[in-house]
Ligand binder design. Sequence first.
Ligand SMILES: Nc1ncnc2c1ncn2[C@@H]1O[C@H](COP(=O)(O)OP(=O)(O)O)[C@@H](O)[C@H]1O
Ligand SMILES: [Mg+2]
Length: 318
Amino acid sequence: MTPDSTGTRNCTQCGAVLGAGARFCIDCGAETETDTRSASVRLQEDLGSDYEVLGELGHGGFAVVYLVSARQPQRYLAIKVMRQELMQSKSIVHRFRREISYASKLRHPNIVPVIFSKERADLVYYAMPRVQGKTLSKRLQRDGAFSVRDTISILKQLAEALGYAHDHDVIHRDVKPSNAILKKEGIVRILDFGVAKGLSRKGSNLTASGELLGSPEYMSPEQCAGDLQVDSRTDIYSWGVVAFELLAGRPPFLGRSVTDLLYKHMAQSPEDVREYRDETPMPLANIVSRCLEKEPSKRFQSMAEAVEQLSKCEVTAI
Ligand SMILES: Nc1ncnc2c1ncn2[C@@H]1O[C@H](COP(=O)(O)OP(=O)(O)O)[C@@H](O)[C@H]1O
Ligand SMILES: [Mg+2]
């Protein structure tokens, strides 16, 4: 029951084509042999000798990201591979495909692009340039809050990237420090369109099943409530949460449980960020609290508005 070059497996008992990751043949019921080789070995085999899988760069619940050296042209790639055990779930495979398609259509200096992608029955992955640097979450863990000046620079870049995605009808829906990498030169790049959503021009094409997507610390009240009509203003809220954390060294709400956190996003007023960081310029503190409004219509209505307000802070901060 070895996969052929397309990754298709056949049942050794009756010859029927097996589903991705299937443990039993649905035609004859025979148990299948699972491919127990590690994902990095399977990725290496699939990529061939022009590439060398060097190790892991990071991972989340759905995927593992490998550092890969490519020969022609000589460069380092980050290849995100979906976990094999999840390939049995059609909805998760579908979500991963969506991630690839959204990220592929965005070309912006502050968004990590897709270089190529591949899907076989038992292996789905896509390649990006490896971004050298640390995620904002690792920087926060290591060094605590950012300076006001650096915060403004990071926020501006994130806002420009998100504004560009919104203009291309993509909402990220998982804006958080671990989904942005800060390079040494101060450039920030957003990644992980894993739970991104297409936005219809009419604003209501969300066909989600009401599943809770995103990360509770950074989720807008409407996303917490499972609102199917969320629009780009959900990213504006999460961007505000990130802004708060960059300045305060902690997000506005901490919870004993996911439910507690969701409740706070939906019902509790955040503190003024200056309670944690008193040198925050007033205009910047106002931007943060405006983004954290529970009601989307009270927030900035576009990232461009937020960028405009930020540029006023830059003048004030210098
Ligand atoms: N292009 C990249 N360059 C460098 N590191 C990366 C890259 N893409 C992802 N990573 C690392 O892998 C981690 C997980 O990637 P991510 O796409 O956020 O996966 P998940 O969907 O599992 O959260 C990131 O937090 C980051 O540390
Ligand atoms: Mg992530």
